[in-house]
Write a protein that binds this ligand. Structure first.
Ligand SMILES: [Fe+2]
Length: 406
């Protein structure tokens, strides 16, 4: 039933977009035929792939359905988002035409308005969709594994001397399909000779066993004062239809904890540690996932802060940046810096020196980089992996190198 609803919805968008833009090829019969054939052929491929993925995917494999079927899921995301964006100018045009029709009902023959489609808006729809399709296709080839080092200086009151944290997040390792690419990340990180490595969640798409082929590589990550991690919303296996009380769910969760320790991550589940390096002492606190809206809220800041020495600077690991504004800023705790991920910068946007924008900024006020509010700060990693769409446009896979200083 859900599948039928989904296909009908996509088909309606397809039809609406098609009839909205087809007049562009009015005077070009050859172009019109090419457009018709390629448009419906591509749409058909997406429908067949979608039905196949939903009906025939083996849910017991490490990466289920969408996220392991990179090509199908990416095709779906590319064409769906392109048509959806293209529909915006078309809908604007139709609203205008509706108002004109209403006006015409009450006006004389001489003053009636032309209600045909505006060429400008139709062309905008075509251009926007074409731009999205081509940039997203290029983003698979050139963005997907284009790991970028993002350097930031972050001042914390009471800090002694410069300290290097490599902050990673959102590997979504089931979508990688390449041990070599993960090895490349490990080499980039180790070359930095970090004091500390932190990982802020979404190691997997769903299942712990997505990590199995990568354990030996991830174990090679090295930092003087250790490697700490927290869980993201995807690490709970909540999206496969298992109840949390089921044996399968519990087994997966236990194995998830074990595999984190196997790769050398000290997983903080509403817990804390004191890091005593040669020149700095500070608290590292980690909460389980806490996300605004429908996301799970297993994070318990009060529990995590039990026994934390508030005379030392405190860094909090919390997967979802919405936790900061919704809970951390409102709390009584002195948390100098929160490190988060989750947004992926939507894997699509613009980022140039002095300016950054992504559609995800409509949903998350803090979505990439450093943000301050009085003496509290949050740094949001753009994610290393990908989900659904196997590419990156504008917002690259993120290896954050944070220089913490006084
Ligand atoms: Fe994620």
């Amino acid at each position: 039933m859900k599948l039928l609803f989904l296909i009908s919805f996509i088909f309606l968008i397809d039809l609406y977009f098609y009839f909205g833009v087809i007049s562009f090829f009015e005077k070009q019969p050859v172009g019109q035929v090419i457009f018709k054939i390629s448009y419906w052929l591509l749409s058909l491929i997406v429908y067949v792939a979608l039905i196949y993925l939903i009906l025939y995917s083996d849910e017991t494999t490490p990466s289920i359905k969408f996220n392991n079927n990179i090509i199908y899921s990416s095709l779906f995301f590319i064409f769906f988002s392109a048509k959806l964006v293209g529909c915006v100018p078309l809908i604007t045009d139709d609203i205008l035409r509706l108002f004109k029709q209403i006006f015409n009902l009450f006006s004389s023959n001489e003053s009636k308005l032309d209600v045909s489609r505006l060429n400008f808006l139709r062309n905008t729809a075509l251009f926007a969709s074409g731009f999205i399709v081509s940039s997203m296709l290029l983003g698979i080839k050139f963005g997907r594994f284009n790991f970028k080092k993002y350097f930031s200086n972050i001042s914390i009151k009471g800090w002694n001397s410069d300290y290097k944290i490599v902050h990673l997040s959102d590997l979504h390792i089931g979508s990688f399909n390449s041990v070599e690419k993960v090895e490349e990340i490990v080499n980039i990180v180790n070359d930095q000779n970090p004091d500390l490595i932190v990982f802020t969640g979404d190691l997997v798409n769903n299942y712990y066993n997505e990590v199995l082929p990568y354990v030996d590589v991830l174990k090679k990550l090295k930092a003087k004062d250790g490697k700490y991690s927290v869980l993201g919303n995807h690490d709970y296996c909540d999206y496969v239809g298992w109840k949390r009380s089921s044996v399968e769910w519990r087994e997966n969760f236990e194995n998830m904890k074990k595999i984190q320790s196997k790769i050398g991550f000290d997983l903080l589940l509403n817990d804390s540690r004191v890091i005593n390096s040669s020149s700095n002492s500070f608290n590292i606190v980690g909460v389980e996932n806490w996300g605004a809206g429908n996301f799970n809220k297993d994070g318990d800041l009060d529990k995590a802060m039990i026994g934390v020495d508030d005379k030392l600077p405190t860094i909090l690991l919390s997967h979802d940046p919405s936790h900061w504004r919704n809970a951390v800023l409102k709390s009584k705790y002195l948390i100098d810096l929160q490190l988060s991920g989750h947004t992926h910068g939507m894997q699509f946007g613009i980022e140039i020196p002095g300016f950054k924008w992504s559609p995800v900024s409509f949903r998350y006020k803090e979505w990439a980089g450093l943000y301050k509010e009085s003496d509290k700060q949050i740094y949001v990693n753009r994610g290393l992996g990908h989900l659904g769409y196997a590419g990156r446009v504008g917002i690259m896979p993120d290896i954050s190198i944070l220089n913490i200083k006084s």
